[in-house]
Write a protein that binds this ligand. Structure first.
Ligand code: GLP
Length: 261
C-alpha cells in the first residue's frame, strides 16, 4: 500500500487524475472502475480539464461504476447514473455504450449482478479502480462485515451510511435501504486501486483501514492485501495516522522513474 499525503484535496485530486491519465495514455482502451460521492468530484473535474486542454482521449475507454441504489432509475436526481452523467460522462468523449453502472431497477437483481460481473470479465478486467471510503470504512457500498471475497450483489445500508448520504435526498426517509454494489472480491481483482479520502471526518476510517488489522469490520482494510493500492489523503484525513512521517519520507524520496508527472 502506498500512502500519499497531499497538502489539500485539490492537489490530491490533480495527482489522482494524472495517475488515471497515465493509465489511459499507455492503454487507450483502458477499463476504469469509477466511484461516486463528493470525494472524486475534484478528480473528475481535472479529468474533464485534461480532456479539454490536453487531449486526453476517452473514446476507447470502458467504465464500470461501483454501485447504485435499488429502486432509483437513471433520471432520479440522487441516482448514481445521474451523478456520473452530470459530473463526468456528459463532459468527456466517453462512448455511452462503454459505460456501465449497476441497474437499480433490475427486475431480477441476482441475475443482473451476475451479468455485471460477466461484463467486467468480458472487458478484460478493471485496469484502475477509483474508490472513496465511507465514514464506517466501506468501499463501494460494502458495509462492515461484508465478505472480503464478495462479488456484485445486493446489500443493506447501515443506518449511518443512510444518514451520511441523506444530503442527496429530499428527506432522510427517502434514502433507499438497499443497493447493488460490486463486491470486495470484484474490487480486489482490479489491477490497480486508488483510494481517495479527504477531510477529518474520514480520519478514523482511514487510520483503521491503513494501520489497523485486515478485517471485514473495516472493508477498506482489505486493500492492505492488494499488490498495487495507492491511498491519496489530505492533511485532515491523514491526521490520525501513526506513521504519517514515514509515508511522507517514502514519497519524498521516491525514485524519479516511479513519479507520475
Ligand atoms: C457512498 C458511496 C461510496 C463513497 C462514499 C463516501 O456511500 N457508495 O462509494 O465512497 O459514499 O462518500 P463521500 O465521498 O461523499 O464522502
Amino acid at each position: 500500500m502506498e500512502v500519499i499525503i497531499q497538502p489539500s484535496q485539490e492537489t490530491a485530486s490533480v495527482l489522482a487524475a494524472r495517475m488515471i491519465a497515465k493509465v489511459i495514455r499507455s492503454k487507450p482502451e483502458a477499463v476504469l472502475g469509477l466511484a461516486t460521492g463528493s470525494t472524486p468530484l475534484g478528480l473528475y473535474r481535472e479529468l474533464i480539464r485534461m480532456y479539454r486542454e490536453e487531449a486526453l482521449d476517452f473514446s476507447a475507454v470502458t467504465t464500470f461504476n461501483l454501485d447504485e441504489y435499488v429502486g432509483l432509475g437513471p433520471s432520479h436526481p440522487a441516482s448514481y447514473h445521474r451523478f456520473m452523467h452530470e459530473n463526468l460522462f456528459s463532459q468527456i468523449n466517453v462512448r455511452p455504450e462503454l459505460t456501465h453502472i449497476p441497474d437499480g431497477l433490475a427486475p431480477d437483481v441476482p441475475a443482473s449482478c451476475e451479468e455485471y460481473e460477466a461484463k467486467i470479465r468480458d472487458a478484460g478486467g478493471i485496469d484502475i479502480q477509483i474508490l472513496g471510503i465511507g465514514s464506517d470504512g466501506h468501499i463501494g457500498f460494502n458495509e462492515p462485515i461484508s465478505s472480503l471475497a464478495s462479488r456484485t450483489r445486493i446489500k443493506t445500508l447501515t443506518p449511518r451510511t443512510r444518514a451520511d448520504n441523506a444530503r442527496y435526498f429530499d428527506s432522510p426517509d427517502d434514502v433507499p435501504h438497499h443497493v447493488i454494489t460490486m463486491g470486495i472480491g470484484s474490487i480486489m481483482d482490479a489491477r490497480e486501486v486508488l483510494l481517495l479520502g479527504f477531510g477529518a471526518g474520514k480520519a478514523d476510517a482511514l487510520a483503521a483501514a491503513i494501520e489497523g488489522p485486515v478485517s471485514a469490520q473495516v472493508p477498506a482494510s482489505v486493500l492492505q492485501l492488494h499488490p498495487k493500492a495507492h491511498v491519496l489523503l489530505d492533511e485532515g484525513s491523514a491526521s490520525k495516522l501513526q506513521r504519517s512521517e514515514y509515508y511522507r519520507y517514502v514519497y519524498d524520496n521516491k525514485p524519479v522513474w516511479q513519479l507520475v508527472s
